[in-house]
Design a protein around this ligand. Structure first.
Ligand code: ADP
Ligand code: MG
Length: 309
């Protein structure tokens, strides 16, 4: 099997989106644009040994590669449409490729995103996906719109992926449910689309709540006060925190891919309806303040945010 057979076999499937005029197979892809929309684009790379371990399944690697990119599009309040896949493989392993391809296709169909091209090379296992989305002109959610008095919110529960990683690192065996939180995050696409009309700023939590919320504060030139007791956490993590009195996992661990966003007071009622319609828990954890920086009430113990370098 050569490179071109591989692309045809595992990364070429019928595209349902009629805006794609030319997908995989030519020198580049072509798609048509809708008027009064802006394009939104993002890229994320996953590297074996850095973002996932050698024991992670092809199914989970494919899911996460796509989900983390969808999550960035969600945080912009945009609709995800097209993606490219640059994959570097150590060798051609047909069963691995089949599992990867099936998982990628399944998630792409769930979120109606089309694989329109990519690149295939040989080397250490690395997956780079570039996602392209669309949003009505000047409606995108950015990090810079938070204003004094806005509520600070998060979706879902925080720290589950980090708690699972902590268990694995400490020789404990996480449940399948916990592993799913680490390996198969749910991108909050539907929520992001609704928040576009209500939120003043938004970010997805990839590097930890403290660090990612701080990005909103810096970009918006405001501060915030949050209370650790208000951070929504799962039952098991609650027990761990009660035992250790250590809130560093929900504050600093990454990989949850929940949304952190700010909402003006006037929109708080409408926000409750969205929580129901999107079937996602939404929790207010604090408020935007004037004094710069993030003030965390209820915990001042040691903690360290994820840094690549
Ligand atoms: P070129 O040499 O012109 O860059 P390639 O041989 O790299 O073309 O790719 C041939 C076609 O296959 C292109 O349309 C490219 O976008 C697509 N392609 C290559 N690798 C992948 C992949 N992993 N997934 C999807 N499409 C791919
Ligand atoms: Mg190429």
């Amino acid at each position: 099997m050569n490179e071109f057979d591989l692309i045809r076999e595992y990364f070429t499937w019928p595209i349902k989106d009629s805006s794609v005029e030319l997908g995989v197979g030519d020198d580049a892809a072509l798609f048509s644009l809708e008027q009064d929309y802006q394009l939104v684009t993002t890229t994320d790379t996953l590297i074996e040994g850095v973002h996932f371990s050698a024991s992670t399944t092809a199914k989970d690697i494919a899911h996460k590669s796509l989900a983390v990119n969808l999550s960035d599009i969600a945080a912009m309040g945009a609709k995800a449409k097209y993606f490219t896949l640059a994959i570097t493989l150590p060798k051609i392993d047909k069963s691995w490729l089949k599992e990867f391809s099936n998982s990628l296709r399944k998630l792409s169909e769930r979120y109606e995103v089309s694989l329109i091209g990519g690149d295939t090379t040989r080397g250490s296992l690395t997956i780079t996906i570039t996602m392209i989305g669309i949003v009505e002109s000047s409606k995108a959610l950015t990090r810079s719109g938070a204003r004094l008095g806005d509520g600070v919110y998060v979706s879902g529960t925080i720290g589950d992926a980090g708690f699972c990683f902590w268990k694995l690192s400490n020789g404990l065996i996480p449940s399948n449910q916990e592993l799913k939180k680490l390996n198969r995050p749910t991108p909050r696409i539907e929520l992001g689309l609704e928040l576009k009309n209500l939120a003043s700023a938004c970010i997805d939590i990839s590097d930890g709540l403290e660090q990612d919320l701080s990005h909103i504060l810096k970009a918006s030139s405001v501060g915030a006060v949050i209370e650790v007791e208000k951070i929504p956490i799962s039952e098991l993590l609650h027990v761990h925190i009660k035992d250790t009195n250590d809130w560093s996992i929900p504050l600093c661990s990454g990989d949850d891919y929940e949304l952190c966003f700010t909402v003006p007071e006037d929109n708080e009622e409408a926000l409750k309806m969205i929580s129901e319609s999107c079937n996602v828990k939404i929790t207010k954890i604090g408020v935007i303040s004037e004094s710069l920086g993030l003030q965390i009430e209820g915990f001042d113990g040691p903690r360290k945010s994820y840094q690549h370098f």
